[in-house]
Design a binder for this molecule. Structure first.
Ligand code: KG4
Ligand code: ZN
Length: 338
């Protein structure tokens, strides 16, 4: 069988990443996470583009070195075209275009959300692949979507968030509790020792398969203000129970929508991705649903859940097989529908 080497570049948000794939196998996947945003409690777009400028060349060098591949062996260059922050996307897009031009090899544009979904098809013994058709739920700091996947290139959005992403819901709730950014993993940690029924937060009333998380944030804000007024030490005294109750509410919302999607489509193949897929609660719920509802559930390796170039590379490889190449005058797209 033929050996194709794809260099992939991801720069849509605050991670600069480069990967090299040999066909559907990952040889290297280098991610430079931008620590600068932590002190601001969220991603600052202007700082993100500047950091990408600094990181992109060393990250690509490292990816090639780790893969033990010379740049002249590359078959094509895949890059994230969108959606994402424009200034961030421009860095990866311009870099990929120049390098493809210089090496005189094809350029492949990749949709970031399609990449989160097709990350399941990276050939790795530590992960198994869903079969078509399946339902993909992408959960991260920037996205919350349920997509019906009929094949690699036939994707249909069934529902998405109308406001905040689920990771934002975790992070903003954590911020209200005085926890550092990103607070999602901390809520998860404290929730594991807390009572999820201690406090009740309202669930949004959103029709169909769309999501809304901004109401939860507001109700937590009022809850915190009211409770602290009565007892200034309320949060520290009840942190585990509060975290468990918040996480329970978010998981209820996610599971309710997934069950509705399964009922509407009859599809029981469920593939989860995005940084929030690391959450221990969602993992437990999915295992439970395998036993009680007969679902088959899939979660990629964690490094392929968070933003990474390996997932861009697998889409690049699948498009390479189809000769689906981009023009040299292609432009980044901050808003880019699936
Ligand atoms: O995919 P990701 O690394 O970046 C993008 O947003 O694209 O996702 C990061 C998000 C953050 O909101 C973070 O708080 C959340 O994933 N997260 C978690 C957990 N680990 C990461 N949320 C809940 N529980 C976790 N264990
Ligand atoms: Zn992402």
């Amino acid at each position: 069988s033929q050996e194709n080497f794809i260099l992939a570049i991801e720069s849509s948000c605050d991670d600069t990443s480069a990967a090299v794939l040999r066909n559907d196998k990952v040889l290297s996947n280098v991610v430079a996470t931008q620590a600068i945003h932590q002190q601001y409690g969220g991603v600052v777009p202007e700082l993100a583009s500047r950091a990408h400028q600094q990181n992109i060349v060393p990250v690509v060098h490292q990816a090639l070195a780790k893969a033990n591949i010379d740049k002249n062996q590359l078959s094509a260059i895949a890059f994230t075209r969108g959606p994402g922050l424009m200034g961030s996307l421009l860095v990866g897009t311009s870099f990929a275009k120049s390098l493809a031009l210089g090496l005189d090899i094809p350029l492949i544009e990749v949709h970031h959300m399609q990449a989160h979904i097709l990350a399941h098809f990276i050939n790795d013994e530590k992960q198994s692949q869903p079969s078509f058709p399946f339902l993909a739920m992408t959960l991260s700091g920037g996205h919350t979507q349920i997509v019906q996947v009929n094949n690699y290139f036939d994707l249909q959005i069934l529902g998405q968030t109308l406001d905040d992403a689920v990771g934002e819901a975790f992070d903003k709730s954590a911020k209200l509790l005085g926890l550092p950014y990103p607070g999602g993993p901390l809520i998860d940690k404290y929730a594991q020792e807390g009572n999820a029924q201690a406090f009740i937060f309202p669930k949004p009333k959103v029709e169909g398969l769309n999501f809304s998380f901004s109401g939860l944030k507001t109700s937590i804000l009022y809850f915190v203000q009211k409770s602290v007024k009565k007892n200034p030490k309320f949060i520290e005294e009840n942190l585990k129970d509060i975290c468990a109750s918040i996480q329970f509410t978010i998981l209820e919302i996610l599971m309710q929508k997934l069950k509705l999607a399964v009922n509407q489509t009859g599809i029981k193949e469920i593939a989860i991705g995005g940084g929030v897929a690391a959450n221990s609660g969602i993992r437990f719920r999915l295992k439970e649903a395998e036993k009680t509802l007969g679902w088959h559930t899939y979660i990629p390796k964690f490094e392929y859940c968070t933003d990474n170039a390996a997932m861009i590379g697998i889409v690049g490889y699948l498009k390479f097989l189809e000769d689906d190449f981009a023009e040299q005058n292609i432009t980044a797209k901050a808003r880019y529908s699936l």
